[in-house]
Design a protein around this ligand. Sequence first.
Ligand SMILES: NC(=O)c1ccc[n+]([C@@H]2O[C@H](COP(=O)([O-])OP(=O)(O)OC[C@H]3O[C@@H](n4cnc5c(N)ncnc54)[C@H](OP(=O)(O)O)[C@@H]3O)[C@@H](O)[C@H]2O)c1
Length: 340
Amino acid sequence: MAPKVFLTGGTGYIGGSVLHTLVTAHPEYDITVLLRKTPDAFTSTYPNIKIVKGDYDSADILSEQASKADIVVHNGDSDHEPSLNALIAGLVKKSTPAHLLHLSGTGIVSDWSSPDYLGTLNPKVWSDLDDLPSISSLPDHALHRNTEKILFKTATEHGDKLKLAIMCPPDIYGKGTGLGKTSSVFAPMFIRDLRTSGNRPFFYREGTNTRSWVHISDLMQVYLKVVEAAVSRDENFGWNKEGYYFAGTQEHSHLAVARTIGSILKKHGVIEEGELVQVTLEQIDETAKHPRFPQLGRYLYASNSRTRPKRAQELFGYTARAPGLLESLEEDVLAALERS
Ligand SMILES: NC(=O)c1ccc[n+]([C@@H]2O[C@H](COP(=O)([O-])OP(=O)(O)OC[C@H]3O[C@@H](n4cnc5c(N)ncnc54)[C@H](OP(=O)(O)O)[C@@H]3O)[C@@H](O)[C@H]2O)c1
């Protein structure tokens, strides 16, 4: 029988790309998606996909769909507890084994909350093989920790029947393949935030703070492998307390990224001065305001988040196939300018 997959966030940058990847690689999968609004071309592009109307607060719908699925792939909002709880409630009711892939993010290991390394290089590099004891006991203020705690607790209580994988990508670039949003957040936000620095690309302190990156298509390699392992119930894959997947294929200092975006913007006549300018922490705090995370600017522009996808490398020789970030940024920047 075809594996039954229930997927959320299918109109998002990551979730839309996951959906497209699964449909393309496995047209035989029986896929149902949760949508709150259906893109025009959805039904004609994906005639075999079932649509269930609802959102992340539709607890009954989420639980019911999860209880009918073999594999749930939850994307779209890494911090939304009610949707995650509802999906788990449905999954643990099943009499047959089930798998849940939950989208988290390497914001969880970012050092944004302490001034120590803001704007400078933090030597700590996180491994998804060796650092799991530390990652699974990070403090509550760590990003996405609220949902990861739910997942670790579920693994302890229901790990015999329910197999969990936490998908933990770093910053993502490149064009997504879904029918909704197809671009990541970094380039558009950085361009918008130039208003706080006199329309010049900016850095804080030394600007050597460094973060990992992955092209969306390389991230899809990891998703595909983990979903396929769920379908084949491959016990050798990491699940539950070992079910943690970083995906970064490279890392770059903020200086390198800001310098590249600056020269692209200057080349296209968007800004006059491509040279970087140093800004204060107060200016950083004026950027990237987010109602749930007022210090998003520190996270995006001043923090380190250095991760290595050791598990995927060990399990299936994961390596980058897509072009690197700095070579790809022009496409992302032009796409962001087109939409602004
Ligand atoms: N992009 C990155 O670089 C990155 C890296 C690591 C982690 N993450 C995390 O991954 C998550 C998704 O990121 P993304 O870039 O894919 O976001 P996105 O493009 O904004 O996609 C969000 C998706 O989730 C759906 N969604 C959100 N809230 C919903 C709700 N209450 N009910 C129903 N559907 C809802 C959206 O549906 P609609 O189309 O109906 O709005 C859309 O399909 C975020 O939490 C982000 O922090 C992102």
